[in-house]
Write a new protein. Structure first.
Ligand SMILES: [Zn+2]
Ligand SMILES: [Zn+2]
Ligand SMILES: [Zn+2]
Ligand SMILES: [Zn+2]
Lengths: 140, 140
DNA sequence: AGAATTACTGAGAACAAGTCTCAATAAGGC
DNA sequence: GCCTTATTGAGACTTGTTCTCAGTAATTCT
């Protein structure tokens, strides 16, 4: 479930193509993101990777984001989350409990369909983010 | 276009019902939110209201949010935005230019329809947030 | 392989947004 | 007006993120 060999390889290739070096710290950040299926914050990554500096974590995320390999997700919490972008375009959105902060990913075909029909004059649309808010079972 | 007497009155009433006092600083925050049709950040409010302390602005926003009178919107920028919630339920979502940060509100009936059909076991859904990302005309 | 070049790195300073503390103030009830 | 208690503003503090810079390591050159 939670390994993503294709994304890991794909990312390594894109990183190389972009003229970036294959450094160990950056690869550790990539590997951690590869094995996560949903959002992780920069500080969580930093805490989990001993010996990798905070600045390096933020820089790696920024580079991956610029290459479209990682997407930022905003879940109302103080810190942003980041998750890998599958080359297939397959993705999910999030439901968050406004009481305890629990986050659950979900997918909905009709929603995607509706979003892809939206057009806006003067804007080329490229991505989208949907967050549903509510209360989980434990918090009621 | 940009005045909202109904929301202002409605908010005043809800504030009173909640047992909160009618203080001038809080009312000034409410009035500012009332005249804005799209997201404002807490620091923008603070900067615009001379004589009202930052803490008071954040507290007022928090209370309004708790009462469901104001909604937080996350537009990728460093600071969160806040906008009034119309008692009618009428609302909009946002398109943001990833280059210059420009934000445009939009409404889409089919999108709302799709969202209202989503059900999630173990979650009572209450609100939603949709953000489309792309590039505006000037940034291409 | 070794040297030269230059991207990359970690530590920590700096910064920005948001929260907390507390003594002073102002609402609302009597 | 007086009492009680919510509310306030200033500023200290915390948290998340960016910047700086001297040292390190990946790649290229010879
Ligand atoms: Zn996710
Ligand atoms: Zn989607
Ligand atoms: Zn808006
Ligand atoms: Zn909607």
């Amino acid at each position: 479930m939670s390994q993503s060999p294709s994304w890991s390889e794909y990312s390594a290739r894109r990183i190389a193509e972009a003229g970036l070096r294959r450094s160990i710290p950056r690869r550790r950040v990539i590997d951690l993101l590869a094995e996560r299926d949903c959002a992780v914050t920069a500080l969580e990554i930093d805490a989990e990777l001993d010996g990798v500096g905070r600045a390096t974590v933020y820089r790696a995320i920024e580079q991956l984001e610029d290459l479209g390999l990682v997407r930022k997700v905003d879940l109302g919490a103080s810190a942003h989350g980041y998750e890998k972008v599958e080359p297939s375009g397959h993705h999910h959105h999030h439901i968050v409990c406004d009481d305890c902060g629990k986050v659950e990913p979900f997918e909905d075909e009709a929603l995607e369909e509706a979003i892809h029909h939206i057009r806006r004059k003067g804007f080329s649309l490229e991505s989208h983010e949907v967050t549903l808010h509510g209360h989980c079972a434990e918090c009621r």
